[in-house]
Each structure stands twice: as structure tokens, then as C-alpha cells.
Ligand binder design. Structure first.
Ligand code: SF4
Length: 441
């Protein structure tokens, strides 16, 4: 099959060209039930969306081209990460609203599907039972529209990884806690077939998956193919990540006898050589989240793959806020432990002294360190942002400072809710530049 590489020129024409060059609509029938799956996994109005979630510009273009093709049954589906603000918040709906997808759906009469609300079908992925959105399984034509981004656990988050959003909440967790994240991503993509993959590379993200630690760059590229493997191999190569080192691609290549030889892939449009970047995919959470606020003595080391996106996103947001509210403070060697089976002693390996204070984060972190005395346990699956922030303040700040910070933070949160205060973290200043175009969302 063909992979197309087309420069995004601001109009729907570049998307049309990318789809045409790849032969993306060749098997699409007008009566097909079409499902568009963007990456809209988490979107809060305070977070810069660039490189983190699929642009609405591309989603609108896909809808327009489907309508031009004569398609009548078009849905856009996503299942956003649940838990950051408690269980009950309508995360997917907020995500659709936050990126402007809700407006697009209204404008074109497109149906929105929240995968989190079901219905689900049970699948057995090599012995791991998971619940997968029925809407994703039943679509006649699935258009998978990920972002061109790196990921600190799976190296890249492209077409394969984007389908993890089709799982219910517990199954998403199981992908991580089973310690089989990459093999399960591979098997999931055997169960749900993407008929067309369009990688939205208007922006790309280094140190992904989100813009708290990640750094977005403008790229102006669209990558499209009916072959998800070839599309992801090309996407990873452009990001500067060796696709043969991406474990879910490696697993798929082994199972389906596919090759990583890029010269064997038919590429139409731009030359891949001229598009290659060298982006970092891995990062240490404490350096990226607390470093900009010059916080010292509080570590949150690389968690491996067993930390779920829900715990990861909540903790990233909490550490960023805590760092911003308490700049240049030293916390004397406190450390966070999270995920499954990681013990403080292992975490501190090679770093010398034991931590002065240990936070066990999430039910997994608590369960994995049951015998540890005097640790601060932040329970929950995941703990909420409020619980996490409060635990940090209580354990690390003096009483007077804690009450002062609680008051200030409460007022800021009310301000954010009312739309009169806009939180900006130090590394977000870069998104004021012209290349980051708000009208793409
Ligand atoms: S505690 Fe966190 S890491 Fe563990 S299963 Fe729950 S969300 Fe995932």
C-alpha cells in the first residue's frame, strides 16, 4: 500500500491530496457507517493542545471530504481519560467541547460518540480480557486520526496507540498494570482494523504525550495510508524514533511478517529524508515538571510502563501546579513511587541516600509497598487532582504556608472555572508565538 506525505497548506486541499495519494477512500462506500477516531484523550481548557490532541482543522477537513464523497453516516468517537477531577466529570464531552469538535459536529450534523459510556464488547487479547467500544468494532470504515507525537512509555503514540482510546476505563488500566502494554496495543489493532490512518502532523510533540512535560513544534505535515503499520513506521521515522525499537510495531512485524525497511514502502508526495527530525521521547518527570520552577529535593523518577495514563496525567498536573505555587523551594529529598511492583529501594538505585519522605501514589503504589512505614499514602485509582495537591501541601509545607497556598489555589481554581484566570506554566510561554495557531482548535 501507499503512504502519502503532504505539506499542510492551511486548506482542506492538502488533506484531500494526502488522502488521494494514499488511495485512502478507494474502499469507502457512501452507505458505510464511518467512524473518525481522533486523539482527544485529555483536553482541559488550561492545557495547550498543540501536538497533544488532534487538531479540529484536520477533523473538520475529514468530515468535509467524507460529505463530498457522499457519506451519510459519520460519527466521531473517543473515550477520554477518566479520574483527574473525580469519576463523574464528563471527560469526553469536555474534550470534544475543548477542542471545538463539538462545534464541528453541530455544523455538519455529525454524531459524537463517548466510548466511555458503552456499549462494550468483551475481547480476549492473548489471555487478557478487555472491554472494547462496540461503536469502534461495528464501524464499516474506521478513520484513525492520531497526532504526530512521541510517548514516554511507548516511544511513539501514532495510529496503533490511538486505538487504546476505544477501551473502557478498567481495560485501559489493565493494559498498563498487566505489564504488557505494547503487546496488547498490537493485539488490539488486530481486533479493530483501521481502514485509513491520517497522522495529523500540523504540530508534533517531543517528550509526549502531553504539553506539561512535552514540547510541541510546528511541522505542517499530513501522513496518510490505508496501512496502519506502514503509516506508523513512516511517522516514527519522521519523529526520529527507530520504528524497530517500538515494541508494539516490533510485535506486529513479527506476527505478520512485516518489514521495517523504509525503502520498501511506497511513499508519495514529499521525500521522507527532508522531513526527518530527532525528537526525544523519554523524560524524567521531576526534571520536566518541577525543573522549570527550580524545585529541588522532590523526585518523581521515570515510572516505566505500569503507570496508567490516568495516574500519570493527574500527577503531572499536580506536580506542575505545586511547583508553580512554590518556586525555588527545597524539599530535602522527598520521593514519589507509583505504578506496579516498584519499590523505593529499586527506585533510588544509583542515587545514593534513601528518600527523607516517600509518597506512595495511587492504589498500585500503595499496594506495591505495603510494608513501608511512615510513607504518605495517596490512595485512589487514580487519586484526584485535589487529593494529590492537598497531600503534597500537607506533607511538604509549613502550616501557615499550606493555608496560604490553599487559599490562593482555591481562588485560582474558581477563577479558571469562571474564565477570569488563565493558568500559564513557565514552559507554556512558547505557545504565544505565531506558529501556534489557536484557530486550529
Ligand atoms: S492506581 Fe493508578 S496506575 Fe494503578 S491502576 Fe489505578 S490509575 Fe492505574
Amino acid at each position: 500500500m501507499t503512504v502519502s506525505l503532504v505539506r499542510f497548506d492551511g486548506s482542506v486541499d492538502s488533506l484531500r491530496k494526502a488522502i488521494e495519494l494514499s488511495g485512502g477512500f478507494e474502499k469507502l462506500n457512501q452507505n458505510d457507517r464511518v467512524l473518525i477516531k481522533p486523539n482527544n484523550c485529555f483536553r482541559h481548557k488550561i492545557m495547550p493542545p498543540y501536538g497533544m490532541v488532534t487538531t479540529t482543522k484536520i477533523i473538520e477537513g475529514v468530515v468535509q471530504l467524507l460529505l463530498d464523497h457522499g457519506c451519510k453516516h459519520i460519527s466521531i468517537g473517543e473515550g477520554a481519560i477518566i479520574g483527574i477531577f473525580g469519576e463523574l466529570a464528563p471527560y469526553t464531552k469536555q474534550g470534544f467541547k475543548g477542542t471545538g469538535i463539538e462545534k464541528i459536529a453541530k455544523k455538519y450534523g455529525t454524531k459524537l460518540v463517548d466510548f466511555n459510556t458503552g456499549a462494550f464488547n468483551e475481547l480476549d487479547l492473548g489471555g487478557t480480557k478487555v472491554q472494547v467500544s462496540g461503536a469502534a468494532l461495528e464501524a464499516d470504515f474506521l478513520i484513525n486520526v492520531p497526532v504526530l507525537k512521541t510517548h514516554f512509555q511507548t516511544r511513539v503514540s501514532l495510529g496503533f496507540k490511538n486505538l487504546k482510546g476505544c477501551l473502557n476505563k478498567e481495560s485501559k488500566k489493565r493494559f498498563h498494570t498487566s505489564s504488557r502494554l505494547d503487546p496488547l496495543i498490537c493485539l488490539l489493532n488486530e481486533a479493530i482494523k483501521s481502514d485509513l490512518v491520517i497522522i495529523d502532523g500540523i504540530y508534533m510533540l517531543e517528550k509526549g504525550p502531553e504539553t506539561l512535560a512535552g514540547v510541541a513544534h510546528r511541522k505542517n505535515l499530513i501522513i496518510a495510508s490505508p496501512d496502519i503499520f506502514e503509516c506508523d513506521v513512516v511517522g516514527a521515522t519522521i519523529l526520529g524514533v527507530d520504528p524497530a525499537q517500538v515494541d508494539h510495531l516490533k510485535e506486529f512485524a513479527q506476527r505478520h511478517k512485516r518489514s521495517f525497511d523504509i525503502s520498501a514502502i511506497e511513499i508519495k508526495g514529499e521525500r521522507i529524508e527532508s522531513l526527518k527530525e530527532q525528537l526525544e521521547w523519554r523524560f524524567e518527570p521531576d526534571e520536566e515538571l518541577l525543573g522549570p520552577s527550580k524545585i529541588t529535593g522532590l523526585s518523581a523518577p521515570y515510572p516505566g510502563q505500569t503507570l496508567c495514563s490516568a495516574c500519570g496525567a493527574t500527577l503531572a498536573l499536580a506536580l506542575s501546579i505545586f511547583g508553580k505555587d512554590n518556586p525555588e523551594m527545597d524539599f530535602g529529598g522527598a520521593a514519589f513511587y507509583y505504578g506496579v511492583g516498584l519499590k523505593p529501594a529499586e527506585k533510588k538505585e544509583g542515587t545514593g541516600a534513601s528518600p527523607t519522605k516517600v509518597f506512595l501514589y495511587g492504589d498500585c503504589g500503595v499496594r506495591s509497598n505495603k510494608n513501608l512505614q511512615n510513607a504518605v499514602k495517596i490512595e485512589g485509582c487514580p487519586p484526584t487532582l485535589t487529593e494529590t495537591l492537598f497531600a503534597l501541601m500537607k506533607a511538604l509545607l509549613s502550616r501557615p504556608r499550606m493555608f496560604r497556598m490553599l487559599l490562593v489555589r482555591t481562588m485560582k481554581l474558581i477563577g479558571i472555572r469562571l474564565g477570569v484566570y488563565h493558568e500559564v506554566f513557565p514552559r507554556w510561554e512558547r505557545y504565544r508565538a505565531k506558529e501556534f495557531d489557536k484557530t486550529h482548535f
